[in-house]
Design a protein around this ligand. Structure first.
Ligand SMILES: NC(=O)c1ccc[n+]([C@@H]2O[C@H](COP(=O)([O-])OP(=O)(O)OC[C@H]3O[C@@H](n4cnc5c(N)ncnc54)[C@H](OP(=O)(O)O)[C@@H]3O)[C@@H](O)[C@H]2O)c1
Length: 234
């Protein structure tokens, strides 16, 4: 039976590539996007469907659950990809409002979407939840002098991804012993709107690890953090 996937923030960037690669693997990947216009355009370019989904808007999340439940009955794969970079101010210059904005999308949005879709994911024979985190959320890497992560000195985005890693682990523990696996991934530094298209690494390259964890077999891991090379230290 065809697997059904929902990718949040999939109208562009890494999310779009995750959806494209899942479709290429025979998964019916639905484009989640907060803008109907951008979401529909992305979905039609991939020959798939779209659901309006703003991860910070509970009504929009609930409507998306109803739509997917009515059309498919269950959800095999949930990729929590939607994210924002926010303002990269020094810690001492960071406002609570700017932190709340980033946490609303990158952390609370993931919790809201996951809790709303979990009943549908549990109905799937082998549910997979993939949280798109970042290596800048790794406490181990951030605390290692001489690394690129050491040089990052800002609060909102890295802390939102550190918290997302903990959220990933806690869901994995709750769901341990069920068919649902929950993992975090880091795509690496990729050329997207978020990074001003600076890096050479493409969004498709960044998407690959999320796709791999979305398609894990029953003996695959749960409750861990991965990049292309394997496990990343929390
Ligand atoms: N690019 C990198 O180097 C990199 C590295 C590590 C991790 N990541 C993570 O990868 C994920 C994708 O980032 P990207 O680089 O592809 O960024 P991007 O090109 O800016 O795309 C972000 C996507 O998230 C969507 N989004 C933002 N807020 C949303 C909301 N409230 N509800 C629904 N969708 C929302 C955006 O929609 P709109 O088009 O409507 O804004 C867009 O579709 C993020 O979680 C990011 O933190 C990226």
């Amino acid at each position: 039976m065809t697997q059904i996937a929902l990718v949040t923030g999939a109208n562009k960037g890494i999310g779009f590539e995750i959806a494209r690669l899942l479709l290429a693997d025979g998964v019916k990947a639905i484009i989640g996007a907060r803008s109907a216009e951008l979401g529909e355009a992305a979905a039609s370019s991939l020959g798939t469907s779209f659901v309006q989904l703003d991860v910070t808007d509970q009504a929009s999340i609930e409507a998306a659950v109803k739509q997917i439940e009515a059309e498919h009955g269950a959800l095999d794969i949930l990729v929590n990809n939607a994210g924002i970079g926010g303002t990269w101010a020094a810690p001492s210059e960071t406002t609570l409002d700017s932190m709340r904005e980033v946490f609303d999308t990158n952390l609370f949005g993931v919790v809201a979407v996951t809790n709303a879709f979990l009943p549908l994911v549990r109905k799937a024979p082998a549910g997979r939840i993939v949280n798109v985190s970042s290596e800048v959320g790794s406490l181990a890497l951030a605390g290692e002098p001489g690394t690129p992560m050491w040089d990052i000195k800002t609060l909102a985005y890295p802390a939102s991804k550190t918290a997302l890693n903990m959220v990933t682990l806690q869901y994995a523990k709750e769901l341990n012993g069920t068919a649902v696996k929950v993992n975090a991934v880091t795509p690496g530094y990729c050329a997207t709107d978020m990074t001003g298209h600076q890096p050479e690494r493409t969004a498709a390259q960044g998407a690959a690890i999320a796709v791999k964890m979305a398609l894990l077999s029953a003996d695959g891991p749960t409750g861990a953090f991965f990049d292309d090379n394997g496990v990343v230290a929390w």
